[in-house]
Design a protein around this ligand. Sequence first.
Ligand SMILES: [Zn+2]
Ligand SMILES: [Zn+2]
Length: 303
Amino acid sequence: MTFQVTILGSNSAIPAYGRHHTAQFVQLNNQKYLVDCGEATQNQLKHYKLSALKLNAIFISHLHGDHYLGLVGLLSSMHLQGRTKALYLLGPRGLKDIITTHFRFSDTVLKYKLIFKPTQAQTEALIFEDKNAKVYTIPLDHRIDCTGFLFKEKQHPIRFNKDKLPPNLSLAHIGSLKKGDDIFDEDGKLLYKNSDLTLPPLPQKSYAYCSDTKYIPELKKQLYGVDLLYHEATFLNESELWASNTFHSTTAQAAELAKESKAKKLLIGHFSARYKDLKPFEEEARKVFKESYLALEGSTFEI
Ligand SMILES: [Zn+2]
Ligand SMILES: [Zn+2]
């Protein structure tokens, strides 16, 4: 079982010090998703040997350039590489206009189907589902409409307790156990209790991506118990007022939300280009929430 996120970009508005615009590659078993697609994303995918052709869906948080300017290039490359597999694109309403306008004026008809689904920034909603995951929007508070994304694993199957499993169980009996049923003989007499032969399913893990936003304490409800939380921390604590005025957050605010929502681990990113040294970000966040890490390019975090 694989559930992991690889950071492709961690800087805010202007790329600086080798840090790129925001993008993350999320992998859940054989399903692959891209979350935000700033400039340089396709180069970063190549650099870290991740295949864009395998992507099932792309999620765009909002329409500030540092979160989507790499999208037209990436979609075009997949067209040139002969992609035929349909691709889901989820993002704010205006995104479809931007993409279709570009391809109309470049006289391009994509070789693959692009299935666009608009997000709605005001409410939590289930916006995507496949065999492994359900993805919900997280309403954020930014200068323009902006959503985060909560990736939740689907319920895992019941596990057999191999030490307890009697030999020669029929296929029908195994089927009953998988459904959570007890096993009876032909006369209706109980042969085995399900709970004696099985173990509970593995816990459903989750990843929350909170893109550009002011600090919203109430998010702890939706994020409660999340395994990995990414939250922007554009500024250090000294710039709290500036962060709020520009609809961003500080390190301590991101860490406070991780603590309040009882997240297991926090990633911070979207660093302002004014900072070269990121060590103080980690230090400030860890004062509030010990399990805080920098979302640096090329790092992969297991969920
Ligand atoms: Zn941004
Ligand atoms: Zn923004």
